[in-house]
Design a binder for this molecule. Structure first.
Ligand SMILES: C[S@@+](CC[C@H](N)C(=O)[O-])C[C@H]1O[C@@H](n2cnc3c(N)ncnc32)[C@H](O)[C@@H]1O
Length: 207
């Protein structure tokens, strides 16, 4: 099943991440995984760091979702952009302005998506709520990723799945070990070398 790139228009959202190579690789990975995703009959789906909204909207359109899908972004304009993209494509995504999954204490999701800020930067660059939050990942590009991963233990349904982007500098093998300790299996669903980046889409599930 193909997942076409949804329509989007970010003219009114200058501080929001434009769909890029990582975004398109993420959509390609979801396309590859569609049979598995459908087999889960997912009812609760969330994208963390939805930014432009293209990834969650492509999944909503492919699943012909009748229910509202959720998204989260730390950038309030990204929340508006996500909802705008969903609307342009006749789907509904409710985007909450919050930090990772912090406010979801008793919620579990069937599918969690995250294309995190993965670029290696100084820790001090992780600041504010603007565009730099889309890429600044701190030491090893892992500072946000390492806050996100433990939350999967509480927020992912026992039969659920999480897909997350990383680059080589994030040390995907080390991430695999961390997730193993948390009781998750890991697989690389897709990888792609693009100028300046070797991208991976990781899949986590309890098996
Ligand atoms: C690499 S961009 C990905 C945007 C979009 N999902 C895509 O694939 O094109 C990362 C997104 O995560 C958001 N973000 C960064 N840190 C976050 C946090 N702690 N909580 C929620 N969102 C965060 C950023 O604002 C940005 O929109």
């Amino acid at each position: 099943m193909s997942l076409p790139t949804p329509l989007y228009d970010l003219k009114c959202f200058p501080s929001v991440y434009e769909p890029s190579e990582d975004t398109f690789l993420f959509i390609d990975a979801l396309e590859t995984e569609m049979d598995f995703i459908k087999s889960l009959n997912p009812t609760s789906i969330i994208e963390v760091g939805s930014g432009n909204g293209v990834v969650i909207t492509s999944l909503a359109a492919a699943l012909k979702c009748t229910q509202v899908l959720f998204a989260i972004d730390i950038n309030p304009l990204a929340c508006l952009a996500t909802e705008h993209t969903a609307h342009l494509n006749k789907t509904t995504v409710e985007c909450l302005n919050m930090d990772l999954l912090s406010n979801f204490k008793d919620s579990v999701f069937d599918i969690i998506l995250f294309n995190p800020p993965y670029v290696v930067t100084e820790s001090e660059e992780i600041v504010g709520q603007g565009l730099s939050r889309a890429w600044a990942g701190g030491i090893n590009g892992r500072e946000i990723i390492d806050k996100f991963l433990p939350k999967l233990r509480d927020c992912l349904h026992s039969k659920g799945v999480c897909y997350m982007i990383t680059i080589k500098e994030n040390k995907p093998d080390e991430i695999k070990e961390i997730m193993l300790d948390f009781g998750f299996k890991t697989a690389i669903v897709k990888e792609r070398k693009v100028p300046g980046e070797h991208l991976f889409v990781l899949k986590f599930w309890r098996g």
